[in-house]
Design a binder for this molecule. Structure first.
Ligand SMILES: Cc1ncc(COP(=O)(O)O)c(C=O)c1O
Length: 274
């Protein structure tokens, strides 16, 4: 199979991953479904995420169409849709460049329309699931510096952490960080930015330049709109953050900051220990 992604853990395709199935198993599954009375069919792939190489989508779509044609021929079914999933990346780390989305769209369109017009694929819908591409750069995580630890490595401690933004701890994802309190301050000093969670992996960013960073500075962690809040947790009994939407000069709270009560909401006290 085909797989791609910015980190090895973001590659979902391939024979050793927990996702998907081999072509042989897929054919057997469609046959079984048809025999069991299923009338409507489609095919879906999700081969990886955060991909910035525009040529990848051409390769993966081509492969899926080839497989779809084989399935249609072998199982004598028609497909209502072909879903090429997500994977459309955004530039997180300078100097990454945005995906050439026009080229991706035109490449996919050519492959899809070329085959779609053939007799085998009977005008299926083409679906895409560009979750990250649509929302990742919509959101900034603001966090205060509450402590600075000096030593061989300088740690800047914040009131966010892996509980607020898990991606760096989970797979070393890079999020650009700006010291919003000192935009024009320059310093060559590199620091690690961490949270307050009782894990060594509670690091939001490593080796960053934050100017002459001080306690109470406000840091802006960029591009957290995808897999940000949805991956956040109450680990270490930390209430989740509020969310604020900004529209030009207007701002509105769209999710209340959690309270201590939210941490215990839904818990039940059993009588066994009375
Ligand atoms: C089935 C499916 N579709 C779409 C997506 C979104 O992918 P992306 O983050 O690459 O936009 C995912 C993410 O894991 C997924 O599993």
């Amino acid at each position: 199979g085909i797989g791609g992604g910015s980190h090895s853990v973001l590659v979902f395709g391939g024979k050793n991953t927990k996702f998907g199935m081999s072509k042989k198993d897929a054919v057997a599954a469609y046959r079984f479904a048809k025999k069991s009375g299923v009338k409507k069919f489609g095919i879906h792939m999700m081969t990886g995420s955060s991909i910035l190489d525009s040529s990848y989508f051409k390769k993966a779509t081509s492969k899926l169409i080839d497989i779809a044609v084989e399935i249609v021929e072998e199982c004598k079914i028609s497909l209502d849709f072909i879903n090429i999933g997500g994977g459309f990346g955004i530039p997180y780390k300078p100097p990454e460049k945005p995906l050439d989305i026009k080229k991706v769209g035109s490449d996919i369109g050519k492959i899809f329309n070329g085959r779609k017009s053939s007799k085998i694929l009977d005008k299926p819908w083409l679906f895409v699931e560009p979750g990250r591409y649509l929302v990742a750069d919509s959101t900034i995580l603001l966090t205060n510096v509450h402590s600075i630890k000096k030593g061989p490595v300088k740690y800047v401690g914040t009131d966010a952490g892996m509980n607020t933004l898990l991606r760096p701890a989970l797979y070393g994802a890079y999020h650009h960080v700006v010291n919003a309190s000192r935009l024009n301050s320059r310093s060559n000093e590199s620091v690690h930015i961490c949270g307050q969670i009782c894990e060594n992996t509670d690091i939001l960013a490593k080796n960053r330049k934050l100017g002459n960073v001080k306690e109470d500075d406000l840091l802006a962690i960029l591009n957290v709109g995808a897999y940000g809040f949805s991956m956040s947790s109450q680990y270490n009994t930390r209430p989740r953050a509020a969310e604020v939407m900004i529209n030009k000069k207007d701002s509105k709270i769209i999710r209340q900051r959690e309270t201590i009560n939210d941490l215990i909401k839904g818990q039940k006290v059993v009588t066994w220990f009375k």
